[in-house]
Design a protein around this ligand. Structure first.
Ligand code: GLC
Length: 461
């Protein structure tokens, strides 16, 4: 008979349905379960950020985060024993794999020499500026050398320090490099017991703080610490204040996310694009298919067009986009991922400045385009090319000139109070998968379609 006691899974399933019913912010309920992607272009959330006590890191946050805001586009990498299994990074729990059976993957984990170096090349060629790799995921296996457990890459199949290798690759390509760390641990004997037994909690917090100390002490400068899933403790239980104090003592310039139950430096909407309010930094993390870790049968790949639209939506609203790859256990990146990122990279070579150098952008309404902005220049990114002409409703600024961004070829336009119409365009989209038109305005571009609805002359009855 099934126990009446609420399991963690029941709690999460309950949370998910409550979430659907009440439309509460996802972040408050998901406990780290992978979320399904949302359509790009959702408007920024209206909820005010939670009030938090000031931290010593508030003072220099802007300076610490400068590179990150400028970088905008990063690569997330999920790599671990689940890369051997090839059935998603939650396999160990979601198929209730017995511990010995799961651990049998450790000797089989054999990334080819040089394969991690290749990830950094792919990231740079895609137009990404930073990387974040799992140092330890929920399965508990450490990709780095540690004195605290033998369940780590140098002492198991890989026979070497994968964190070291990853960091060398990122740095060689001139990319900033961060480490993901899962607080939740399905392997450690205290990983669940810590919730109900104080000795166990103290041991597990020691272990956790100890591992974090190692990854931030042994590899030089680390740019981001990306905590994940705080189950089953809260900030008090994890001693998260003390954790962050240690982190900033070891790495004074680092930035940290909000998943150790403190606000940290930035929010982490997952599989959705949801802007923060009040100037708080945010980064939308997303999979290329529906799995973070390698899942050989997952063929639900996003198109390059979708990826580019998502990237545009993030930077338009002042956020970053952290896009994931899930390499196989030999370190190779699935061909579909390579292909999609290759297309994105080609597009970024022609259009990247309209993304990387952009400022937050207010205009957003169109049925076939999305927008970014630099100063007074509005970039209209047309993803469904209608041919002949495109139009923008309710642009509040005077347009000075327009040109095809990639070729510089000038575009004819006419403008009245309600509409800008760019005409004489070719029947077929000039660029793939998205065509960018640069529209020079007399001031910062603003759009007001309500103005159009209210004021545009109507017919009689
Ligand atoms: C969730 C998942 C995890 C993934 C992470 C990335 O927390 O549990 O598998 O690593 O999201 O944001």
């Amino acid at each position: 008979m099934r126990s009446k006691k609420m399991t963690r899974r029941d709690w999460m399933i309950g949370s998910a349905s409550a979430m659907a019913a009440s439309a509460l912010p996802l972040s408050s309920l998901t406990a780290g379960r992978p979320q399904q992607p949302a359509a790009p272009g959702a408007p920024p959330a209206q909820a005010a950020p939670p009030a938090a006590a000031p931290t010593p890191q508030d003072a220099n946050r802007a300076q610490r985060m400068e590179w990150w805001h400028a970088a905008k586009f990063g690569m997330f990498i999920h790599f671990g024993l689940y890369s051997v299994v090839g059935r998603h990074e939650w396999d160990m729990e979601d198929e209730a794999v017995p511990i010995e059976e799961y651990m049998a993957n450790a000797p089989l984990f054999k990334p080819k020499p040089g394969s991690l170096r290749e990830w950094a090349r792919i990231a740079r060629d895609t137009g990404m500026r930073y990387m974040v790799m799992t140092s330890k995921h929920h399965e508990g296996f450490c990709n780095f050398d540690t004195k605290l457990t033998d369940y780590c890459a140098p002492k198991q199949g890989p026979g070497r320090d994968l964190v070291q290798e990853y960091l060398e690759g990122a740095r060689a390509e001139g990319l900033h490099a961060g480490l993901y760390y899962s607080l939740m641990d399905w392997h450690h004997p205290d990983g669940a017991l810590c919730a109900t037994n104080e000795d166990s909690r103290m041991r597990f917090v020691d272990y956790t703080h100890g591992l974090i100390r190692e990854i931030l002490s042994n590899y030089g400068k680390i740019d981001v610490l990306w905590y994940d899933v705080a189950w089953p403790l809260d900030a008090t239980g994890w001693e998260s204040d003390k954790m962050n104090d240690m982190v900033f003592k070891l790495q004074p310039d680092i930035i940290v996310n909000n998943r150790n139950k403190l606000d940290g430096d930035f929010s982490t909407p997952e599989q959705v694009i949801r802007a923060e309010t009040g100037g708080r930094a945010w980064e939308s993390c997303m999979t290329l298919n529906d799995s973070w870790g390698y899942q050989r049968a997952d063929d639900n790949w996003k198109s390059a067009k979708t990826v580019i639209r998502n990237l545009i939506s993030c930077v338009r609203d002042g956020g970053n986009y952290l896009l994931n790859i899930g390499p196989r256990s030999d370190g190779s990146v699935p061909e579909d991922s390579v292909h999609i990122l290759g297309q994105v990279g080609q597009w970024m070579k022609r259009n990247g400045d309209t993304i990387i150098q952009s400022d937050p952008c207010q205009p957003r309404r169109s049925n076939y385009a999305s927008f970014t902005r630099k100063g007074n220049t509005l970039y209209m990114h047309v993803h469904f090319w209608p041919g002949d002409y495109v139009a923008i409703s309710g642009l509040q600024n005077e347009v000075k000139s327009a040109r095809m961004y990639a070729t510089g070829q000038s575009v004819n336009f006419d403008q009245d109070k309600y509409r800008v119409r760019l005409s004489g365009l070719p029947a077929e989209a000039p660029d793939y998968p998205v065509t960018t038109i640069a529209i020079e305005c007399d001031s910062e571009p603003k759009q007001d379609t309500d103005f159009v609805r209210i004021n545009k002359p109507r017919d009689g009855v």
